[in-house]
Ligand binder design. Structure first.
Ligand SMILES: Cc1cc2nc3c(=O)[nH]c(=O)nc-3n(C[C@H](O)[C@H](O)[C@H](O)COP(=O)(O)OP(=O)(O)OC[C@H]3O[C@@H](n4cnc5c(N)ncnc54)[C@H](O)[C@@H]3O)c2cc1C
Length: 481
C-alpha cells in the first residue's frame, strides 16, 4: 500500500500490518478522500491527518488500537462528525489518525420484553429510534443532528437534546457498553441489567469521556413504552420572567408527562423564518419570548388533551402567556419543531455567531440571560443575543450574532474575550460552561480555568491510569502535560 499522501510519521511496518488486519478498503490515505473527515461541523477548524480508518467489527477496532499503541500513534475516534467542540478531528502536531465508526453499524439485538436494544457505535441515532418504534418502543434521545450523529458519539459526549426533563441525558439511557481500551483489549460490558452493584460503574466513566479513555464499540440502550398520545404547544410569553412559573405549573398539572420545554427568542424565530425552508410563524403578532412544549403519555385512553387545555387556561388566567397554539395534528406539531430546529441551523446566514452551550440552575435561567445580555451589549454595541434551548433542564444555547454593521472577522476575533465574560457570569450562577456538547479541543483551556485543581487532577489521574501512553484522542478534554 503506497500513497504519496502518507505522512512520513507513520512507519511502513505499521501501515502494512494495518492493511493485513483490516484490509485496504478500510484505509483512506488520499488527501481528497480524507478532507471530508477533517472539516468540523462549525467550520472553525480543519483537522490534519494522513490516515483515516473505517473498521467494520469490534475485533478490527481492537487490531487498529493495538497497532497504534505499539507505535505510539494517537487515535481520534469519530462518529457522525456533528460534534460542536472540535473533539472528532486531530490537530496539527497530534500525530494521530482518525478511526471513523460509520461502518460499525449493526443493530445486534432488540428485546422488547426487557426494554433493551444492543447497537453498534456507528448506528445513526434516527435509525435506532425507528427500529425501536417498529417494535412499539421508544428510544427517547432526540436532537437536531439525529439524522447523522451516531450513538457512539452520543454516548461519548453524553448527549442531551429535547427530552431530557422526562428521560434524562444519554447517561440515563445506557445500561451497558462494549469498549476497546487504549491497549486494544475488548471490554464486554454489554449487560442489560437494571441492577448491577458489582463495583465501579465503568460504563459511566466512558459516557461523556469524549474518546479520551477508549473506543465505544457497542451499547445496551434502555427503551421505553411508546407514547400513545402527544400534545405540543407553542406559547407567546408575557415576558421572560413568566417562563419559570409556566414551567412549574406544567410540572404540577402535567406531571411527568412533560417531555420538552424549550425557550425561543423572537430574534431566533425571525432567523428561522427568514432563512429556514418551509418554516411558518405559528402565532400572529410579534412577542419577545416563546415556549415550545410537549407532553406525552403511553396510556391508550388518557385525558392528556384535557389536562393540557386546563393547563393552558391557567397560563392565560395568570397572565403568563399572551397567545398560544395547541397543535391539532402531527404535521402542525412537526412544523413547531421545524421552527425550533432551524434556529440552530439559520444563525450562519446572519454572519458571525459566538456560541456558548451553558447550563445554570433552572431557577436562574432568566437572571442569567438578563445579566449576560447586559454584559455583552456593553462590550459590543449592536451585538444580537439569541439565547434559546432547553429551559426545562437549565441548558441555554447562549449564542450571539454579530452586529449588522460589523466586519465578520473582526467580530469573530473577539470569540475568546466574549466567552470569558459570559462564562464568568455562568460561573457566578454556579453553572457549567458545557451543558451538552462537551469540551473537545475548543473548550479545553476554558474548562481548566473554571474547574478546581482538585477536580482537574482527579481527571488527569484517571486519564493517566487508563491511557498511560496518551494515545486516545490526544489534546482533547485534558491538556497534555
Ligand atoms: C444541528 C445540531 C444540533 C445539535 N443538537 C444537540 C443537542 O440538542 N444536544 C446535544 O447533546 N448535542 C447536540 N448537537 C451536537 C452533536 O450532535 C452531539 O454532540 C452528538 O452526540 C455527536 O455525535 P457524533 O456521532 O456526531 O459524534 P462526533 O462529532 O463524531 O464525535 C464527538 C466526540 O465523541 C468522540 N467519539 C465519537 N464516537 C466515539 C466512539 N465510538 N467512542 C469513543 N469516542 C467517540 C469523538 O472523538 C468526539 O470527541 C447538535 C449538533 C448539531 C449539528
Amino acid at each position: 500500500m503506497t500513497d504519496k499522501n502518507i505522512s512520513p510519521k507513520l512507519p511502513q511496518k505499521f501501515l502494512s500490518d494495518l492493511e493485513t488486519a483490516i484490509g485496504i478498503k478500510a484505509i483512506i490515505t488520499n488527501h481528497d478522500d480524507i478532507a471530508p473527515y477533517m472539516v468540523e461541523q462549525r467550520g472553525r477548524f480543519v483537522g490534519e491527518t494522513s490516515l483515516v480508518v473505517t473498521p467494520q467489527t469490534t475485533q478490527e477496532v481492537s487490531d487498529v488500537v493495538k497497532l497504534c499503541a505499539e507505535h505510539s500513534i494517537g487515535i481520534v475516534p469519530q462518529g457522525g462528525h456533528t460534534g460542536l467542540v472540535s473533539g472528532g478531528i486531530p490537530f496539527a502536531g497530534d500525530n494521530a489518525i482518525v478511526l471513523n465508526t460509520s461502518r460499525l453499524n449493526k443493530i445486534r439485538a432488540i428485546d422488547p420484553v426487557n426494554n433493551t436494544m444492543i447497537v453498534e457505535a456507528g448506528c445513526i441515532l434516527q435509525t435506532i429510534q425507528e427500529h425501536a418504534d417498529n417494535h412499539d418502543r421508544l428510544f427517547p434521545l432526540s436532537l437536531g443532528a439525529e439524522g447523522s450523529c451516531q450513538i457512539g458519539g452520543n454516548i461519548a459526549t453524553n448527549a442531551g437534546g429535547i427530552n431530557v426533563i422526562r428521560y434524562g441525558n444519554t447517561r440515563q439511557l445506557v445500561l451497558g457498553l462494549e469498549v476497546v481500551t487504549p491497549t486494544g483489549e475488548i471490554w464486554n460490558g454489554l449487560r442489560a441489567l437494571q441492577k448491577d452493584n458489582t463495583g465501579y460503574d465503568l460504563k459511566q466513566l466512558y459516557i461523556g469521556s469524549e474518546g479520551t479513555l477508549g473506543i465505544i464499540t457497542a451499547a445496551v440502550l434502555q427503551l421505553f413504552p411508546k407514547p400513545k398520545e402527544q400534545q405540543t404547544a407553542i406559547l407567546a410569553l408575557t415576558d421572560l420572567d413568566a417562563a419559570l412559573p409556566l414551567l412549574n405549573q406544567a410540572q404540577e398539572m402535567l406531571g411527568d408527562a412533560l417531555t420538552s420545554f424549550e425557550l425561543l427568542p423572537r430574534i431566533g424565530v425571525d432567523f428561522s423564518l427568514k432563512h429556514g425552508q418551509g418554516v411558518v410563524d405559528p402565532i400572529e403578532g410579534r412577542y419577545d419570548w416563546y415556549i415550545l412544549m410537549e407532553a406525552s403519555v403511553s396510556l391508550t385512553d388518557s385525558n392528556l388533551k384535557a389536562l393540557f387545555q386546563n393547563y393552558l387556561e391557567t397560563a392565560f388566567e395568570k397572565n403568563w402567556v399572551q397567545d398560544g397554539v395547541l397543535a391539532q395534528s402531527k404535521a402542525q406539531s412537526d412544523s413547531f419543531w421545524l421552527l425550533r430546529e432551524n434556529i440552530t441551523l439559520c444563525q450562519k446566514a446572519e454572519g458571525g455567531s459566538i456560541k456558548h452551550d451553558i447550563s445554570v440552575p433552572v431557577s436562574s435561567v432568566p437572571a442569567f440571560i438578563k445579566a449576560a445580555n447586559e454584559a455583552v451589549r456593553k462590550m459590543i454595541p449592536g451585538i444580537r443575543p439569541h439565547p434559546f434551548g432547553h429551559l426545562g433542564d437549565g441548558n441555554i444555547h447562549y449564542n450571539l450574532s454579530q452586529p449588522l454593521d460589523m466586519d465578520k472577522q473582526d467580530y469573530l476575533d473577539r470569540w475568546e474575550e466574549v466567552n470569558r465574560v459570559v462564562h464568568d457570569i455562568v460561573h457566578n450562577f454556579n453553572g457549567s460552561i458545557s451543558a451538552e456538547h462537551g469540551i473537545g479541543r475548543v473548550k479545553r483551556d476554558e474548562n481548566q480555568h473554571y474547574k478546581s485543581p482538585v477536580e482537574m487532577q482527579l481527571m488527569k489521574n484517571i486519564k493517566k491510569s487508563l491511557d498511560p501512553k496518551g494515545i486516545m484522542n490526544p489534546g482533547k478534554l485534558i491538556r497534555p502535560n
